[in-house]
Structures are given as C-alpha cells and as structure tokens.
Design a protein around this ligand. Structure first.
Ligand code: DLL
Length: 433
C-alpha cells in the first residue's frame, strides 16, 4: 500500500483547487450561518459569504487566533448543536483557559483518515504493529494516531506515553514495527535501549511518526541511528483536529498538508499580509469540511514555509517545511530572536545529546542566557580543565549561530528531567510584563 486514499492524495492540482473552491464556499456559509461570533467579525469587515468564491478570496476574511477561542470558551465557536457532537479534545495549555475542540462523527472520520494517510506514507500496512506512545486523553496525539492505525489495519498498541520499561517490553515482545510519540520521547527511548545494551537490530521497529513539538534534522538523524528506523514528521494542532493536518512521506523533506481538508496560507505575523508561496512567515489554516468546529483563517503562530515543488512520492498536496518554532515561543534575548531549534542544532553538531535546558533571566536590566547541557558519559570523567574548555568551545559555536553569547554549563549525564510528552526546554524567569 503506497497511499491510503490514492485518488485524493495524488489528485491533479487543478482538480484539487476546484474541490477546495467548492468546499470553501460551503464552509464559509456554514460558519456564517451558525457561529455568531465569527459572523460579527465578518460583518465588521463588510464581508459576506457571497464575497468568497475560492481560496484567492481568503484574504478578505478576518483572522482568528487562540485569543478568540479563549474569549468564546467553551461553546462560542461551536457550529452544530451540542447533541451532534460525539467527542471533545483539548490543548495541553499551560496558561489561561484550555482550548476545547469539538467533533461530530464526520469530523472524527476525516481526522482519522488524515492520520491513516500519515501511517501509510511512513510505510505502514495491515501487517504492522503500531505502538502509540503519544499521551491518550484530552491530548490529540494518542487518539489521533490510534484511530489512524485502526483504519490502516495495524495491530494497535495503545500504550500512551510514559512507563518506558513497559514500552520497551511491549516493543520487544510484540515486535512493534512503527512507533508514534514525540521526538523527545523517541530520543529518550533510544537512550534507555542503549543503556540496557539493546541494539537497533534487536528490535523490529522500521519507522517512527514523531511530532507535536519542533525537532531538527540533526535530532532526526540521532533518533534514526539509535532506533534503526526512518523517522517521519507529523504536524497538527488541536484547533484544526489534531495530528495529521500534515505529514511526511518517503522523501522526508517536508510535510504534505491534507489540502482536501485544510487550506494553508503564510502571513507576515506583524502586518498580517499574505505572503507568496516560498516565503517564511506564520502559518494560517482554514478548514474546508469540518462540521462542529470549523475554523476560518486560524493563526497557528507556527513559523514555516510552503512549497509546491513536485514530490517524488507522487502526492500532489502542498508541503510545509518543519516549523522552525513558534512566533510566540520565539525568545527575544537582548533584542535578538532566538529559537530553541537553533541551539539544538549546534549542540548535536558539536557532539552533545539533545538533552538541554534554556534558562533566561535578567541581571542589571540585561537579559542573561544560560544553557544547561548534559555531558555524554564518556566525557564525564574529563578533568575540570577539559570540561571548562568544552564549555568555552560550545559557547563560541552558539555565539556564531545565535549572534549573542550564552553561558554554557555542562552537567552530569542523565541529570536533566526527561520528557514523555512535549519537552519543556525553556525556563524564562525574566518577568517582562
Ligand atoms: O501537538 C497535535 C499533534 C499530536 C501533532 C501529535 C503531531 C503529533 P497541540 O497540543 O494543540 O496539538 O499543539 C499544537 O504543537 O501549533 C506546533 O507549535 C506544535 N507542533 C505540532 N506538531 C509539530 C511538528 C498537537 N511536527 C502545536 N513540528 C503546533 C513542530 C509541532 N511543531
């Protein structure tokens, strides 16, 4: 099996555009008729559904963001009677109110289809054993990939995240072939396998489907080597349904966006102007056929680029590059924009593990940037002089990448807390409010 829904995934672009045109008009009418909050926003901009003929008219519609979802919590953007909904999922939200997404059965079906496409694109078939180690519950990772795995016909192991000993036991005993979890958890599983003397050839894994947080190409190579697999990226957010909005194929160079369900735009996060394909900017999504929780022009805060270059896999849907961070978790340190992914790239290139912690603070009105980085066990026995030289070298490499100088602290192997879900990389104590 090369595609889960070949007729859609390899559809000619002109046919895809015609499909989007038709679905978009319908989706806008649905929202206008059933979501008073958004209707008022459209009225304030003097736009009606009749003004929207196709994707080229999207720019006329108002943008919405997480703030709108919070303002309308919990039911404000619901577009169908509650009795037609069969499920909710919610963001892991650390601040403020959680975002709740609602699903009808139709919405669940389309979401699970997207996840099934991702599993097949990673080489999955009904012969596979798919270990789902994303968190289950309100988080969309577990249930999304679980549903996709069922649809493909894989034997599904609903592990949820955590309990790494049990993960490894099942991986070995049930000969899991596909692992789905966050990249940071995959890296940790690889580390524990190594500690136990279990080699990549002792397990049956062939592919991993990793997402929910930014990760670098360097981290991909690390995980691929430690688990002996091909590692594929998957993207999504609770607001648009969950994982599977976009996924990687065998080409492993960007994620195909499921364009029959979602239209992507790139905007300038400051001016909100739509940018041409290929530009770097904020990703904005419009759903095309969701019933319960349709979203028009939703600002993701994720910074990335789109490309419509022909893909060797035969899929025609547009690709997004790896998001290079979020415009809102982008750190501004002494006026310089810094993404955790830049720091991770330097660490891995310099031979360190991707276990690190970024600490931001202020001293005498100046931002301070401290980075705790784990030493590898071979280097732990180094003399103090050597360790201090290593710190200086790493500081120099980071200064070249970031344009500002951090203070690096090499810490003992395994001394930083490991993550089973999304890794918490940044501790910001600056209190800049
Ligand atoms: O993280 C959905 C998901 C689950 C995606 C499992 C992939 C796999 P939220 O918790 O709502 O949903 O967080 C969404 O996570 O806006 C991005 O900032 C980030 N994110 C998700 N996937 C990726 C990825 C899920 N592949 C937010 N690369 C998004 C980088 C990602 N960032």
């Amino acid at each position: 099996m090369r595609y889960y829904q070949p007729e859609i995934e390899t559809m000619r672009v002109s046919e895809l555009e015609a499909m989007q045109r038709e679905k978009l008009q319908k989706q806008v009418r649905h929202v206008y008729a059933n979501v008073p909050y958004y209707r008022e926003k459209m009225q304030a901009k003097h736009v009606t559904p009749d003004d929207i003929h196709g994707v080229e008219d999207l720019y006329k519609l108002p943008l919405i963001s997480k703030g709108d979802l919070r303002d309308t919590y919990p039911y404000g953007l619901l577009a169908v009677p509650l009795k037609d909904c069969v499920r909710i999922q919610s963001t892991s939200g650390t601040t403020g109110k959680r975002v709740i997404a609602y699903y009808t059965q139709h919405d669940l079906d389309l979401w699970e289809d997207c996840c099934a496409r991702a599993i097949v694109a990673a080489g999955g078939t009904n012969e596979d054993v798919c270990q789902v180690a994303y968190g289950y519950g309100l988080f969309t990772g577990g249930s999304g990939l679980h549903g996709g795995s069922h649809r493909v016909g894989c034997l599904t192991l609903p592990m949820s995240s955590g309990n790494t000993d049990r993960q490894i036991q099942f991986m070995l005993d049930l000969k899991a072939t596909i692992l789905c979890c966050t990249p940071s958890y995959a890296a940790y599983i690889g580390e524990v396998l190594h500690e136990r003397g279990i080699k990549p050839e002792d397990i049956c894994l062939k592919a991993g489907i990793f997402g929910a947080e930014p990760w670098t190409e360097e981290m991909r190579r690390e995980i691929e080597a430690s688990l002996g697999i091909h590692a594929y990226d998957i993207y999504g957010l609770t607001e648009t349904s969950g994982p599977g909005v976009a996924f990687e194929c065998a080409a492993q160079n960007g994620m195909h966006i499921c364009e029959d369900h979602f239209v992507a735009e790139i905007i300038d996060p400051e001016t909100e102007e739509v940018l041409p394909i290929g530009s770097e900017g904020e990703l904005v999504f419009t759903s095309l056929d969701k019933e319960a929780f349709p979203l028009l022009r939703y600002r993701t805060r994720d910074i990335c680029r789109l490309t419509r270059e022909k893909c060797s896999c035969g899929r025609t849907h547009i690709k997004m590059c790896k998001p290079m961070g979020r415009s809102d978790d982008m750190m501004i340190i002494r006026g310089v924009n810094v993404f955790p992914s830049q720091i991770e790239t330097v660490l891995i290139n310099e031979g360190y593990s991707p276990n690190y912690q970024i600490l931001l603070d202020r001293a005498h009105n100046t931002d301070t940037l401290d980075i705790n980085v784990e030493l590898s066990p071979e280097w732990f026995d180094d003399t103090i002089k050597n360790i201090s030289m290593r710190e200086k070298n790493l500081e120099a490499a980071l200064r070249t990448m970031l344009g500002i100088g951090p203070k690096v602290h090499l810490v003992a192997p395994k001394s930083l807390v490991r993550s089973e879900g999304k890794a918490v990389r940044v501790i910001d104590k600056r209190n800049l409010q």
